[in-house]
Design a protein around this ligand. Structure first.
Ligand SMILES: *Cc1c(COP(=O)(O)O)cnc(C)c1O
Length: 409
């Protein structure tokens, strides 16, 4: 396998950094991985992909360098892109798809980033990792660390969904509930670095989680026959998914693999309970001040400050997209709507995108025929607290009441 990575690059100032060693932040801001795309173009044709296994590793030339036996994998299969006519009709769109990331290991797209980050960390000699998490990143990190034989420390807000708490502990991570938000957890990881000797796996504080998330964009392009959709709605927390996809599209365009140079309009969707990126977008700012009293059941997007704020905002603006906050109180309703119409386990974060689509159709920002993709970033089943319902009970000693059964309760 030839090496296509040329160097790393500081996102804030474009500084060139070496790629063959462990990197974290540069000037306290994230780092890009850069490739020799001319060499990639010569080495692989897009049709060559047809012959490869249907996993995220099929895009090897567009990922950092590692040997085959260094890959830490739990079987990251391509996620399905599902046409959603019934939900689309309800929302007034004729061409709606959901890319269902709930199929990935540990039930969320976080596995894409962690598979790469853990692969690279171990390759560079890391033995011990730590991270703050809103939930799913912790679950994925714990699983991949276990798979790689690394020690893992996870810090999460005390009210993180219980499934996330359990999955981390079950995978053997030293897991702590913190009486604060994810940024408070982040401070613990930062302050413990010297004393505890751990590598910080926080969102965007190492260069490779973005590269893993990038595969969502590569896959989407391939599944769409290299003709990207008009609009992508993405539930935005730390922003790696949106930033990673935008990077994927830029690289594909430069490779000449896309049918058209027009890229999708990227929509960063947040909840009214935590909308720092939307506020900064609306204010015309490049950086987003912390969002006070962040609260949402969509725990994955409960991120009051993002170290990659300017990268999210740059991507949204370059794409001609927008940022929109939807009503926190309606997330459960949109979740029920989507799951009951399509059977796809739409998580509360993706439910926010359902609400955003309804609103953007109403205002005419999205037209009826435009091709729209919503990312279902995680599995609804992980949010037991949000989906709990009181079911009607049947008493086997009583005669059955068919009218009550017909009515469902
Ligand atoms: C982490 C997470 C998000 C936010 O992802 P970013 O790419 O970091 O913005 C959205 N949804 C779910 C389910 C998540 O776990």
């Amino acid at each position: 396998m030839p090496r296509f990575v040329t160097h790393l690059e500081g996102a804030i100032d474009g500084a060139k950094l070496p790629a063959d060693c462990l990197q974290t932040l540069h000037q306290d801001r994230p780092i890009w991985v850069r490739y020799d795309l001319d060499a990639v173009r010569l080495a692989v044709k897009r049709d060559d992909l047809d012959m490869r296994p249907e996993t995220m590793w099929r895009y090897r030339e567009l990922l950092p360098y590692f040997a085959d036996d260094e890959i830490v994998s739990l079987g990251e299969r391509m996620s399905p892109l599902l046409a959603c006519q019934r939900l689309g009709a309800q929302l007034g769109t004729e061409n709606l798809w959901i890319k269902d990331e709930s199929h990935l290991p540990t039930g969320s797209f976080k596995s894409r980033g962690m598979a790469l980050a853990i692969t690279m960390a171990r390759r560079f000699g890391v033995r011990r990792v730590a991270l703050p998490t809103a939930g799913n990143a912790g679950g994925a990190a714990a699983a991949y660390a276990a798979r790689a034989g690394l020690e893992c420390f996870v810090f999460m807000p005390h009210d993180t969904p219980v499934v996330n708490q359990c999955e981390c502990a079950l995978a053997g991570a030293k897991t702590f509930l913190v009486n604060g938000l994810i940024n408070d957890c982040g401070r613990i990881v930062r302050e413990g670095k010297e004393q505890m000797g751990w590598f910080d796996l926080s969102t965007l504080k190492e260069p490779y989680r973005i590269e893993g998330k990038k595969t969502m964009g590569l896959e989407l392009a391939e599944q769409c026959g290299w003709q990207l959709p008009d609009v992508i709605l993405y539930p935005t927390g730390g922003g790696t998914g949106l930033i990673g996809m935008w990077k994927a599209f830029a690289e594909l365009r430069e490779l000449g693999w896309l049918q058209s140079d027009r890229l999708p309009r990227m929509v960063a969707v947040q909840s009214s309970g935590c909308a720092p990126i939307v506020r900064a977008f609306e204010a015309g700012e490049r950086f987003a001040p912390p969002f006070p009293k962040a609260a949402t059941v969509a725990s994955g997007i409960r991120v009051p400050v993002a170290v990659g704020d300017f990268m999210i905002l740059d991507a949204v603006r370059q794409s001609g997209g927008t940022a929109i906050a939807v009503d926190e109180r309606r997330l459960r309703e949109w979740m029920r709507l989507a799951v009951s119409l399509e059977g796809i386990p739409v998580c509360p974060e993706a439910a926010a995108c359902v609400g955003a689509l309804a609103e953007l159709r109403q205002t005419g920002w999205i037209l009826p025929q435009e091709r729209v993709v919503i990312f279902n970033t995680g599995a609804a089943q992980k949010y037991v607290e949000a989906i709990q319902t009181d079911l009607p009970q049947l008493d086997i000693h009583q005669p059955l009441d068919w009218r009550r059964i017909e009515a469902g309760g």
